[in-house]
Design a protein around this ligand. Structure first.
Ligand SMILES: Nc1ncnc2c1ncn2[C@@H]1O[C@H](COP(=O)(O)OP(=O)(O)OP(=O)(O)O)[C@@H](O)[C@H]1O
Length: 335
């Protein structure tokens, strides 16, 4: 029997109506009498599913409609049309049974109360979600351990660093042990060490509790580390839904070869083998871009012709591939 998806959306659409007004006092007065509005299609007939326990990267350029979609799925916004089903509920009906099983973390928004110690905000969430004292104690201990929160819990939130606050924000959002996590840029603005920390915590939470995760992030390292599958949208519509590896195969016609030579007497020597996209002459190191189907032949020529100290063959960075996807505006295709 096929499993029921944890999240399923069909032809979801959200159109915002925004007031438009020209600059200037006269225009301001005129707008009191006659209002001009404009429709912004934020999400356009979007359909996809997420299985229970699956972690999916939800990608798209600025303004693509990611946050709007997540807000609809978390029950914070009504769609203009279309359907969504999250754990058997329609999210915007905001049924308590569902709200107790989901959470949304927005990296750019504060949920903790600024002037009181973190632990007091946690206590507030305990009351809101009616978590029993023993369940609260247990999950608090687990989260404190996983995120190293002990030194932070009794400090007022305003005194925490951005990374410390983010750890506390995430913990506060997970005290009720939600089965579905909508994570909107949870690592934004954090240094690489803290990004890695939050990332590994999300992976651990998923493994420990079998939670489904829909994650947006502009840091591709987050997506690569956590998500086998990505859903990409552009102008609110689906562009790609499939494995990250299929995305790489499909959209990257190149491999990069990183070569270190014993000596690089002629700085142009590597241009015969591919496009040189980076070069450090003193270290004898260069990065070549080579069409995928020529990788093997170029590699053997390099090894035969030059004093190679070291070399590696890599796929281009995911960021580069995603940029290519947007550039190509590929037709929606589900793998
Ligand atoms: N409350 C709103 N009223 C009017 N338009 C809005 C509103 N919220 C978002 N939009 C518009 O809807 C579109 C989608 O925005 P959304 O925030 O969902 O995109 P996003 O993919 O999350 O972008 P980003 O990566 O920049 O956060 C944008 O054109 C945005 O300007």
């Amino acid at each position: 029997m096929a499993s029921v998806p944890a999240i399923s959306i069909q032809k979801l659409r959200k159109v915002y109506t925004v007031n438009e007004r020209e600059a200037g006092l006269l225009a301001a007065v005129r707008s009191l009498v006659r209002r001009r509005t404009r429709d912004v299609v934020a999400v356009s007939d979007l359909s996809f599913e997420v299985e229970a326990g699956e972690m999916v990267g939800f990608l798209g350029p600025n303004g693509a409609g990611k946050t709007t979609t997540l807000k609809m799925l978390a029950g914070l916004l009504h769609p203009t049309s279309g359907e969504a089903n999250v754990l058997g509920h329609t999210p915007w009906k905001r049924e308590k049974d569902l709200l107790r099983q989901i959470t949304m973390v927005m990296g750019q928004r504060n949920q903790l109360v600024w002037d009181i110690p973190t632990i007091d905000s946690f206590e507030l969430n305990r009351a809101i979600y009616r978590i029993t004292p023993s369940a609260y104690r247990k999950i608090l201990d687990e989260l404190t351990d996983l995120l190293d929160l002990a030194p932070l819990l009794h400090k007022p939130v305003r005194t925490l660093s951005l990374g410390e606050r983010m750890k506390c924000e995430i913990a506060a959002a997970l005290l009720h042990k939600p089965q579905i996590l909508f994570l909107d840029e949870p690592t934004i603005g954090l240094d690489v060490v803290m990004q890695r920390r939050i990332r590994s915590f999300i992976g651990e939470y998923n493994r420990r509790f079998g939670a489904s995760v829909l994650l947006t992030s502009h840091y591709m390292a987050d997506v690569e580390a956590l998500c086998k599958r990505v859903v990409i949208i552009h102008h609110g519509a689906l562009l790609f839904d499939g494995d990250l590896s299929a995305l790489i195969d499909r959209f990257s016609p190149y491999k990069t070869i990183v070569v270190s030579l014993e000596t690089m007497d002629d700085e142009h020597v590597l241009e015969r083998y591919g496009k040189v996209i980076e070069r450090q002459i003193e270290e004898g190191r260069a990065v070549l871009q080579v069409p995928k189907d020529q990788t093997a032949s170029v590699t053997s020529r390099l090894l035969a012709d030059l004093p190679i100290r070291d070399f590696t063959i890599e796929d281009p960075a995911i960021d580069t591939i995603i940029e290519q996807v947007f550039e190509q505006e590929a037709v929606c295709e589900t793998f």
